[in-house]
Design a binder for this molecule. Structure first.
Ligand code: XMP
Length: 319
C-alpha cells in the first residue's frame, strides 16, 4: 500500500542496508528533491550524512540562510556551506552566451562539490535527488536541454575517479510523491511546495553578462514579486513565477530627477509538465501593486513589464 509512511520506512531500511556504516555526501541545493533526500537520509543514517551546500551568489534572497536554518539549525543535519560567490562571478565575467553561462556555472559547481567531497576522505557514497522522471529523461536522448538540466541538477558530471557509489532513494518516485514524503519528514511546506528554480539560478535570469550589483537588484525585485504572490494567495495557483533582469535602460522619473536605468520583467506561468505553458492571467490590481513596490523599493529600476508569451513559442526562462 502506498502511504508516505510506508515509503519512508521502506527507503530507510534500503538505505541502511545499502550503505551500512559508510559516510554519505549529498549536494544540497535547497530544491525539493535534494531537500527530501537530505531529510530522508538524516532519518536513516543520522551523522553518517554530510551535505554540501554551495552558495554561488546566484540564489534568491535569503535562500542560503534559509537552507542553513532549516537543515543545520532545526533538523541537526551536518551541512558544509561553501560561499563561492566570487569564484562563480569571477568565471562569469564578460560571458554573455546563455549556454556558455550554464556550462561555466555547472562546471564550477561540480569542481567545488568535488573539492569538498574530497576533503571528507572516508565518504564512500554520493546521494542524489534523482526522481523517476529524471530516470526516464536520461534514458532517452543524450543531447538537448533535458540532459543539460539533469546533469547540472544531479551532479552528473562528477569525475569517475571520485570512487563514490550512488544512493538515489527517490528514483522510483514522482514529484507529488516526493512532496508528500517531504511533508511527512517534517520539512516546511514552503520548501516542499516551492516553484522549481533552475540549477544556474539567477545566472540565466540576468540577461547577458552577470554582474553582482545586478544580481542584488534582481534578488530584491524577485523577492517582492514572490512575497506578494504569497500574500495574495496566488503563489500556489501558478506553477512558476520570477523576475528577470533586462540590461536595457529605459527613461523614468523619480521625484524631480530623470532616471535612466534597467528594466525588470515579471514572468508567471501555469503548466502541468513545463513542456508547454500558459502565461498566468494575474489580476491587474495585483500586477499594479507589485510594479509600484518594485520601482519604489528597488533602486536602479526604471520600469516593470509583464511577460505575456506562452510556451511555445517562448520558453519559461528568458535564456
Ligand atoms: P524552459 O525555459 O526550457 O524551462 O521553458 C523549463 C523548466 O526548466 C527549468 N530550467 C532549468 N532547470 N537547469 C535547470 O536545472 C537549467 O539550465 C534550466 N533551464 C530551464 C525552468 O526553470 C523551467 O522550470
Amino acid at each position: 500500500l502506498w502511504t508516505p509512511d510506508n515509503i519512508i520506512e521502506d527507503s530507510i531500511a534500503r538505505v541502511r542496508a545499502q550503505v551500512g556504516t559508510d559516510r554519505v555526501v549529498l549536494g544540497l541545493s535547497g530544491g525539493v528533491d535534494s531537500s527530501v533526500v537530505a531529510a530522508l537520509l538524516h532519518r536513516a543514517i543520522g551523522d553518517q550524512l554530510t551535505c554540501v551546500f554551495v552558495d554561488n551568489g546566484l540564489l534568491r534572497l535569503g535562500e542560503g540562510d534559509q537552507v542553513m536554518s532549516t537543515f543545520a539549525r532545526h533538523m541537526g543535519v551536518k551541512v558544509i556551506r561553501v560561499d563561492a560567490e566570487d569564484r562563480f562571478l569571477g568565471r562569469l565575467k564578460g560571458v554573455t552566451d546563455p549556454e556558455q553561462k550554464r556550462k561555466i556555472i555547472g562546471n564550477t559547481f561540480v569542481e567545488i562539490f568535488d573539492d569538498e567531497a574530497g576533503k571528507l576522505d572516508d565518504a564512500r557514497w554520493l546521494a542524489q535527488g534523482t526522481i523517476y522522471p529524471d530516470v526516464i529523461e536520461s534514458a532517452g536522448s543524450k543531447t538537448g536541454k533535458a540532459k543539460v538540466i539533469k546533469s547540472h541538477h544531479n551532479v552528473g558530471g562528477l569525475p569517475e575517479d571520485m570512487n563514490l557509489k550512488l544512493v538515489e532513494p527517490l528514483r522510483e518516485l514522482f514529484k507529488d510523491e516526493v512532496r508528500r514524503i517531504g511533508i511527512e519528514l517534517g520539512l516546511p511546506s514552503e520548501m516542499v511546495y516551492r516553484h522549481p528554480f533552475p540549477g544556474p539560478g539567477l545566472g540565466v535570469r540576468i540577461l547577458g553578462e552577470v554582474r553582482k550589483e545586478d544580481a542584488e537588484t534582481l534578488r530584491k525585485a524577485d523577492h517582492i514579486f514572490i512575497e506578494e504572490l504569497r500574500r495574495a494567495d496566488l503563489y500556489d495557483q501558478v506553477s512558476q513565477a520570477f523576475a528577470v533582469f533586462l540590461p536595457v535602460r529605459s527613461v523614468g522619473v523619480v521625484g524631480d530627477n530623470r532616471l535612466y536605468a534597467p528594466v525588470i520583467a515579471l514572468r508567471a506561468v501555469e503548466t502541468i509538465d513545463f513542456m508547454t505553458a500558459r502565461w498566468a492571467h494575474l489580476p491587474y490590481d495585483f500586477l499594479d501593486l507589485v510594479c509600484r513596490r518594485i520601482v519604489n523599493e528597488v533602486p536602479g529600476v526604471s520600469r516593470v513589464v509583464y511577460d505575456i508569451t506562452g510556451k511555445p513559442p517562448g520558453t519559461i526562462e528568458w535564456e
